[in-house]
Design a protein around this ligand. Structure first.
Ligand code: NAD
Length: 268
């Protein structure tokens, strides 16, 4: 491949994005489509407002619960049937779980692990034969800074994302002979998402909570804002592009340095 070919253009590629109805997943679906990919979104809670923009960008939105194998298989098969091939899978569907272990019910544990981890396993399982048939491809998992360094306020979520990081590395190793690259993005704190809004809706002082999220990330604090879904999507675009042809099993932290360590103290 010549240097001139190394650019993030996705014409002729077919992509599946889970959890693509809102937040980070929506930004990923839109950016991949804007770069020429045929995008199929699976989400269990579609957003009606997306309809017009999806139509303009050729994004196909389907109801899909990533915890259910039949739903996931149908989504992948739809993409292959309508797109003619599969090149890209973005496992982005996820839910939060802000609770201490002793307060988490068995059903809540299952909901979190099944969405954040089993969903990615199911999608990879059904996508891999099609990626192989396409001569290789790219899987990107949306993990979290919680997958790099666990957090005290959401141990079950952190466990799910840590395991998703492990799955990312296992898949990258196992499927390198198939020329399938598997990487993860580890975002946070990202604003303008349903998950973040749900977290903020739970607290009494929303403004103070926003400040707390921002100040936990050194660069977010320096910039005085949260990270945007589009900034995460930009990293995904790089990972699925030919520019990343030798990149597999890596984590890109789009967290403003949150997972680096203890940030410098600031005056109260
Ligand atoms: P979001 O709630 O806006 O997006 C998550 C999407 O996943 C939603 O559209 C939701 O309907 C969908 N979804 C949830 N469960 C599903 C299921 N069982 N089947 C299909 N779709 C399902 O929130 P977001 O912040 O954009 O989250 C996207 C991903 O980013 C998640 O994996 C989340 O863990 C991760 N993440 C978010 C942040 C953040 O600060 N917002 C930080 C790190 C990681």
């Amino acid at each position: 491949m010549s240097q001139a070919d190394v650019r993030p253009q996705l014409e002729g590629r077919v992509a599946v994005v889970t959890g693509g109805a809102s937040g980070i997943g929506r930004a990923i679906a839109v950016l991949l489509a804007e770069h020429g990919a045929r995008v199929f979104v699976g989400d269990y809670d579609p957003v009606a407002d997306n309809h017009q923009a999806s139509e303009q960008l050729g994004i196909v939105d389907r109801r899909c619960d990533v915890r259910i194998e039949a739903d996931v298989r149908e989504l992948i098969e739809l993409a292959v049937a309508e797109g003619g091939r599969l090149d890209i899978l973005v496992n982005n569907a996820g839910i939060g779980m802000v609770k201490q272990i002793v307060d988490v019910t068995e059903a809540e544990w299952s909901a979190c692990l099944d969405t954040n981890l089993k969903g990615a396993f199911l999608a990879a399982k059904h996508a891999i034969p099609h990626l192989i048939a396409s001569g290789g491809g790219s899987i990107v998992n949306t993990a979290s800074n919680a997958g790099i360094l666990p957090r005290a306020h959401d141990p079950v979520y952190s466990t799910s994302k840590g395991a998703l990081v492990a799955l990312t590395k296992c898949l990258a190793l196992c499927h390198s002979p198939d020329r399938i690259r598997v990487n993860a993005v580890c975002p946070g704190p990202v604003g303008d998402t349903r998950m973040m809004n749900a977290d903020l809706d739970r607290v009494e002082d929303r403004e103070a909570a926003v400040k707390q999220f921002i100040s936990a990330s050194p660069l977010a604090r320096a910039e005085g804002r949260m990270i945007s879904p589009q900034e995460v999507a930009a990293a995904v675009l790089y990972l699925v592009s030919d520019a990343a042809q030798m990149v597999t099993g890596t984590l890109i932290a789009i967290d403003g340095g949150k997972s680096l360590g203890v940030p410098p103290a600031v005056a109260p």
